[in-house]
Structure formats: structure tokens, C-alpha cells
Design a protein around this ligand. Structure first.
Ligand code: PLP
Length: 453
């Protein structure tokens, strides 16, 4: 009985996998919001270093991971893959459940996989400061860690709700030398404007993105970094699925179902794309399911349309599943999953029915998280509990049908800084929150962006 499947340091993959090369329908181009013409990579140059822009639009299937990045990865990679024997037993299911555990990184989630790569390319191009937004604080921590490694200043706009709920995430960022603002803040014009309209707003990722972009766009030595959604971010995360594929092979197994929680798509893509490659290249039929909160259900209830990536409308228009760019989700604890849109690649894959999506309510996910923690020991990040809830759903189907299937989950982070969320759950303060059709419709009705036939 092997519980923990590990790899050697020299088995850290040396290339990232770019699924665009294998997609039957390539993603539609981003549009200039003024002219509605497709924009070229040069439009992104004020915000991102050239090498990342090249990756954003690259048609190449495999992209080399620089030695220096792999070297930093080896501080915590390869990450372990576990067979969840105890969890299987607790669920009394014939299903075999595995999880890839990204919580062993210095910041406790998958996010340093891209933060390190992004900081590296910024450093190569002489950037002095990077701004960013953070929802739950995971991305802000990861970028702070990566920036200090390369001697780059880091300024983080943290969604106010999380800033108040998760003070230790802020201290963690400060420890690595970053400056952190609650967003909306008085440090930007965008922030001041939103505060004047709604002084009590709990903030949103869309607003925080607008603030971070404003700061980066106004200084030539400052760039901006995003922790999810964009193609290059998903690309960097494919290190996770490539390792997991090797580990599953080592275990003599291959998943029938791959499951990951979904915010903007980076951890889902990271685990799922290397398995989808087997579907696209070899005709395998591994089901890949993205799990989202029912209070921010862009994949299951949003529409596929051009929309802005931020609230104010500073980004190019992106073809994606969206709830509308000024949608402010109810204040749920899974801060990392409160984004109004889905990344472009994942959106196209969902449109083409190459992947699936499933939503879960707030109570269901905490119940799933606690069940998992009791069986496997690790307290999952509130985001990660969504994937666990989907896995339980699939394991129950296996039980009902008396069939065994192999399920692989991305346990993309631990919840050790999320005790407030668990405390609220135990105290009965977490309520089931469902969005009405009217709420979704009223957000979508406001959209004036181009539709997609
Ligand atoms: C940020 C985060 C997510 C959601 O973001 P994705 O881009 O969808 O990966 C999920 N889980 C954890 C632990 C996170 O930190």
C-alpha cells in the first residue's frame, strides 16, 4: 500500500505545456475596447515584460523553463501526490481518490509556480517594482516571496474583505518586504472614486486589479502581474499536472476524472491541461471538472461573451465566461474564487465541451473540507474545498453504481491561515447563499461589450 508518491528533484519538468497548440478551436483574440479591433501583443507592453507577452500569444507546444526558475522550484518541488485511502474509507466509496498537494510551497498554495517565473522575467528586463491585486492573500504572498528573491519591490492591493478577515496573510507579505493596501484604497484615482461612491464596499478582485494596473501604467519601471486568468499564468502552472501525470504512472494508475477548484483557472489548468493533452493527442477520455462556488458561478451560469478583466474597464476585452465585470460576489470565504470571469483558454474549452464545470454552495464545501481534514489530516484552503466537494459527488455516484473510478483532485493549498473561515463555519455563521437568476441577469444586462455568436 503506497500512500505518498514522490519524484526526485531531477524529475521536475523542464518545459511548460502550452495547450493552445492542441486546441481544436483556438481562443478568439483580445479586442481593443475603443476600436473593437484585435489587439497585438505590443498593447500589453506597458504592463508586462516582453518574454511573458510572447508566452501569452505563443503557438509553441512546449516552452523551456529557465534553469534559475527550476532551481527555485526545487525549494519545494516536486510536490507529493497522495492516495487518499482514509478519505475513500470515510466516504465508503469504491472510487480511488488521489490528490496532488501544492500546499507544501513556502506560501501554502500553487501560486508561487507562476510568481517565481513572472518575477524572473521581470528581473531579466530590468523591472524595479511589480504591482498586483490579491483576493484571499495567496497570490499576494506568492508574488511577495518571488519578488524579494529577485530584489524587486512589490506593492499589493488586497480586497478589503480579505484584508480584514486574514490579517496574517498581510503580515506574511510584509515579512517578505511587500507593501499592502486594503482595496479600494486612497492610493489610486480608481480607489478614491469607488470609495466616494460606496465607502463601505468590501471590494472585489476586479477593483483591486484596476488599482494595481493604474499604478503600473503610470511608471515606466513598474510592471503589473496577475496570478490567474492569463494564458502565461496557466502555462506556468502546467508543472503541476506534468508531475502528477508521472506520479500517476508510477502508481500504475491513470485518472478517469480530474477535478480542481476554479477561480480564474490557473490551478485547474495546471493540473488538467497535461491530462487533457492525452485526450487531444491520443484520444483518451479523461473528464476534467472545474469546481466553482454557487455564489460566483461564471462557468455554470455566466455567459460566453467579450468582457473586461477588471471592474473599471482598463484591460482589453477578453472572450470569456463572465458574470459581468462589475459583478461583486457576496462576501464568501473562498476569496480566491470571487472573480467575475474565467480565463480565455478555459472558457473556449468549456464552450467546446472539452471540459466540464460544477458549482457547490458555501455550506457544502465547508462540510467537504472538514470531512477531508478529518480523514487526511490536511486542512484544505476554502478554495480547495470546492474540488473536494466535486470529488465527493463523483465518489457517491461510484458508490451508487457500484463502479470504481480513479479520481484526481488538485489540493491546491492548505487553509492554515483560514481558521476564521472554519471558525465561522463551526459557529453556524456561514449561510447557504444562492444567486437568483434576476441578480445574474441584472449584472449581465449592463454589459455593452461585443457578443460572440
Ligand atoms: C488563488 C487560489 C485559487 C483560485 O485561483 P485559480 O486561478 O482558479 O487557481 C484556488 N485555490 C487556492 C489555494 C488559491 O490560492
Amino acid at each position: 500500500m503506497i500512500r505518498k508518491i514522490t519524484l526526485e528533484e531531477n524529475e521536475i519538468p523542464d518545459k511548460w505545456y502550452n495547450i493552445i497548440a492542441d486546441m481544436p478551436n483556438k481562443p478568439l483574440p483580445p479586442l481593443n475596447p475603443g476600436t473593437l479591433e484585435p489587439i497585438g501583443p505590443e498593447a500589453l507592453a506597458p504592463l508586462f515584460p516582453m518574454e511573458l507577452i510572447k508566452q501569452e500569444v505563443s503557438p509553441e507546444k512546449w516552452i523551456d523553463i529557465p534553469d534559475e526558475v527550476r532551481n527555485i522550484y526545487s525549494m519545494w518541488r516536486p510536490t507529493p501526490l497522495f492516495r487518499a485511502y482514509n478519505f475513500e474509507k470515510a466516504l465508503d466509496t469504491p472510487a480511488k481518490i488521489y490528490y496532488k498537494y501544492e500546499g507544501v510551497s513556502p506560501t501554502g498554495s500553487h501560486k508561487p509556480n507562476t510568481a517565481v517565473a513572472q518575477a524572473y522575467y521581470n528581473k531579466q528586463e530590468g523591472v524595479k517594482k511589480i504591482t498586483t491585486e490579491t483576493g484571499a492573500g495567496q497570490w499576494g504572498s506568492a508574488l511577495s516571496f518571488a519578488c524579494q528573491h529577485f530584489g524587486i519591490d512589490c506593492e499589493v492591493f488586497m480586497v478589503k474583505l480579505s484584508y480584514e478577515h486574514k490579517p496574517y496573510r498581510k503580515v506574511m507579505m510584509n515579512t517578505w518586504g511587500a507593501k499592502v493596501h486594503p482595496s479600494p484604497s486612497n492610493a489610486t484615482e480608481v480607489g478614491k472614486k469607488i470609495l466616494s461612491q460606496d465607502p463601505n464596499t468590501t471590494g472585489s478582485l476586479g477593483i483591486a486589479i484596476s488599482e494595481a494596473i493604474e499604478v503600473a501604467a503610470s511608471d515606466e519601471h513598474t510592471k503589473y502581474a496577475l496570478g490567474s486568468v492569463l494564458n502565461h499564468v496557466k502555462l506556468h502552472q502546467t508543472i503541476v499536472g506534468q508531475e502528477a501525470l508521472k506520479q500517476m504512472e508510477k502508481a500504475g494508475d491513470l485518472p478517469d476524472i480530474v477535478i480542481a477548484p476554479f477561480g480564474g483557472g490557473s490551478n485547474f489548468s495546471g493540473l488538467a491541461f497535461p491530462f487533457l493533452r492525452l485526450n487531444l493527442e491520443e484520444g483518451k477520455s479523461i473528464r476534467c471538472i472545474a469546481s466553482e462556488p454557487s455564489s460566483c458561478p461564471k462557468l455554470t451560469r455566466g455567459i460566453f461573451r467579450y468582457d473586461f478583466g477588471d471592474t473599471v474597464g482598463m484591460t482589453p476585452l477578453l472572450p470569456m465566461y463572465t458574470l459581468g465585470h462589475d459583478f461583486v460576489p457576496a462576501p464568501i470565504h473562498a476569496g480566491g474564487l470571487r472573480y467575475h470571469g474565467a480565463g480565455v483558454i478555459v472558457s473556449q474549452l468549456l464552450k467546446d465541451k472539452i471540459i466540464e464545470a460544477k458549482s457547490h454552495d458555501n455550506l457544502e464545501v465547508f462540510s467537504a473540507g472538514v470531512k477531508f481534514a478529518k480523514a487526511e489530516g490536511i486542512v484544505p484552503a476554502p478554495e480547495a474545498t470546492h474540488g473536494i466537494a466535486t470529488a465527493i459527488h463523483e465518489a457517491e455516484i461510484c458508490k451508487k453504481e457500484g463502479k470504481s473510478k480513479t479520481i484526481l483532485i488538485n489540493l491546491c493549498g492548505h487553509g492554515n491561515y483560514d481558521m476564521k473561515a472554519y471558525e465561522d463555519y463551526f459557529e453556524g455563521k456561514i449561510v447557504k447563499h444562492e444567486l437568483s437568476d434576476e441578480e445574474i441577469k441584472s449584472s449581465l444586462d449592463k454589459l455593452q461589450t461585443p457578443t460572440i455568436p
